[in-house]
Design a protein. Structure first.
Length: 247
């Protein structure tokens, strides 16, 4: 079995289209299958007074609200089109996580065939049903969720029109970075045994050792954050691989 490698650029472009293009170049040079970004509207994603997560406070301006931080990291429709074209130029697949229904619809309009449900939306039933109706390949990330919540999400997708055979569930520990003692890769095996789905691992640890271990245990997908430079300002850089590590 070949493992799909997703190079997660996420928001590590810091809102700069030229940095985003450099990230695409790095992912392509490293041999990744897909480079993934994040598609969202800050106003739809978080409330005005929402505080930052603890890991965000340590890597960004602590006095800045989360919505203000996220607003700087949005990608416009025009930026998406430019990045899709650049991916085609570099012969790597473009992929993005849509965090709300409007963002999903925009990605559909671009012809995207694979949809990632981020951990924070695993209990968002209207969102799950909207994706389920598309009948496309789905990656479901599970950080902080219980087995019951995973089961409910899979059922919502299936009942809306996406067969279980098109769903891959990613084990994920929601911390940036994740201490190795908190990884618990056996959870990935438990998910596969309980739900009869393909499984993978969304890796927020430092280094690549846990990704290698996950593949040895049957991960069909590995998703790993990467950056130009871990010292750059922004919420996710510190938990990301640098170019030589991604390669």
């Amino acid at each position: 079995m070949r493992t799909l490698i997703i190079a997660e650029a996420g928001v590590n472009h810091n809102g700069d289209i030229e940095i985003a293009k450099k990230l695409i170049d790095i992912a392509a040079a490293a041999g990744a299958d897909l480079v993934k970004f994040q598609t969202f509207n800050a106003e739809r994603l978080v409330t005005e007074g929402a505080p930052k997560a603890d890991y965000q406070k340590t890597s960004t301006d602590n006095s800045e609200p989360q919505r203000a931080m996220l607003r700087k990291l949005e990608l416009t429709e025009a930026m998406h089109k430019e990045l899709i074209a650049h991916c085609a130029l570099r012969h790597i697949g473009f992929f993005s996580t849509g965090f709300d229904i409007e963002s999903i619809n925009m990605l559909v309009s671009f012809g995207q065939e694979l949809f990632k449900i981020p951990s924070g939306e695993i209990t968002n039933l209207p969102y799950l049903r909207h994706i389920g109706k598309l009948g496309k390949e789905v990656i479901l990330s599970t950080g902080m969720s219980s087995m019951d919540e995973i089961e409910n999400a899979i059922n919502a997708l299936e009942e809306s029109g996406t067969p279980r055979s098109r769903i891959t569930v990613l084990h994920c520990t929601t911390a940036y970075p994740v201490p190795m003692s908190d990884v618990n890769l056996r959870a990935m095996q438990s998910i596969r045994a309980k739900f009869g789905v393909d499984v993978g691992y969304s890796d927020h640890t430092l280094g690549i050792e846990i990704s290698l271990a996950a593949v040895a245990l049957g991960a069909s997908i590995i998703e790993k954050h990467f950056t130009l430079d871990r010292t750059l300002p922004g919420p996710d850089h510190k938990a990301s691989l640098e170019p030589n590590e991604l390669k």
